[in-house]
Design a binder for this molecule. Sequence first.
Ligand code: GDP
Length: 432
Amino acid sequence: MPFNIAVLGAQWGDEGKGKIVDMLAPHVSAVARYQGGHNAGHTVYVQGRKFVLHLIPSGILHPGVTCVIGNGVVVDPEALFREVDELGRMGVAVDGRLRISEKAHVILPYHRELDVLSEARRGERKIGTTSRGIGPAYEDKIGRRGIRICDVLGDGDALAEAVRENVNARNRIIRESTLDWKPVYDDLVAFGERIRPWAADVSLLLAQMMHEGKSVMFEGAQATLLDIDHGTYPFVTSSNASVGGICTGLGVPPRAIGGVLGVAKAYTTRVGEGPLPTELDGPLADRLREGGQEYGASTGRPRRCGWFDAVVVRYSARINGLDALALTKLDVLDGLPEVPICTGYRVGGRTVTDFPADLRLLARAEPVYETMPGWTTPTKGVTRMEQLPPAARRYIERLEAASGVECALVSTGSDRAETIVRPGSVVARWFP
Ligand code: GDP
């Protein structure tokens, strides 16, 4: 079996997974997305050019790499074609390199409307979704009335029946307006024609590739703390962003996953609602937000910012079996007089070091900080550990000890080249 790795988010998303996947992509033959939809926003800079990927795996910028969208992903046809066309305009040929699971579910035009409505009905308790219809598409999947790519490509009568049933379900929820099923059906048929060459049994395709000795990288979207089961429920995404999603979302066996790399920022951010124990406000939050350009790639929303939370990353390490971390955005901390690391929470007179499930507990959790001295020499663009200021090295060491995972990669800027690969680390051993 070739060596296949997973790259996934260890915090609340936006950790810079796109950059890390793109950087490691030359070592693999395929990059496969296993969950989520076009709510993801992976920004990759290559020689000053900016590429924002939502649905298409971040391996697409490497011509020899096959990009796979698994059955665990929900596909919005319009968003998919927009992204393919945009990449085409930027000189990246997608055709012939993209494969989409015929079992993937389709996001229907009114899923977006349902998303907005559901958030409005929650009022104060809104989740802070991207309103792209992702959640409602997963609801239809679990409700067993979803429409899959193979349905779109199959028998017209069966598709018409499925669309009628799905539109009826929508009409029962949104009573203010009645939708006609026929235009939805016609659009789906047109979509099918364009997607047909890309549709595949991706489980079979990946099995064949592995059989031929070709390695695959599994790319996570969102992150562990947004996982529907292991995240801060209900302020989560609708899919399994953690490692378990790979098996169900692509049809690959657990043994196919040889290594797991967690991507974590050198601080913490989250977009949308829900708990964030180390959240800062005031000038320090602004400093991190501006320094790290913490605005959503998909929605432009400002991200909430806080110090590195080792309780969170240790939890992610356990859930995913992380072999190592790729620590990103170290450069954003340049110039701060001190950099605290959260090593536990004080809750009701007790110190907790395991991430709690109960959000009421989490809401009362007060971070316990270990404050490390900052550094003034810039780390931006540094490519070797020994070029880092000693205080930055000590910060990384303390963060590793508190999280229980080694930092195999340290990212010091948004470009591929601005990365430290630690000699002797697992990543250096995986990809000599
Ligand atoms: P993803 O969804 O996990 O891929 O993360 P995003 O793309 O939403 O956000 C990461 C952002 O941080 C992108 O704009 C990257 O170009 C940028 N980025 C990644 N690594 C670094 C780094 O080490 N330093 C800085 N300053 N920016 C980085």
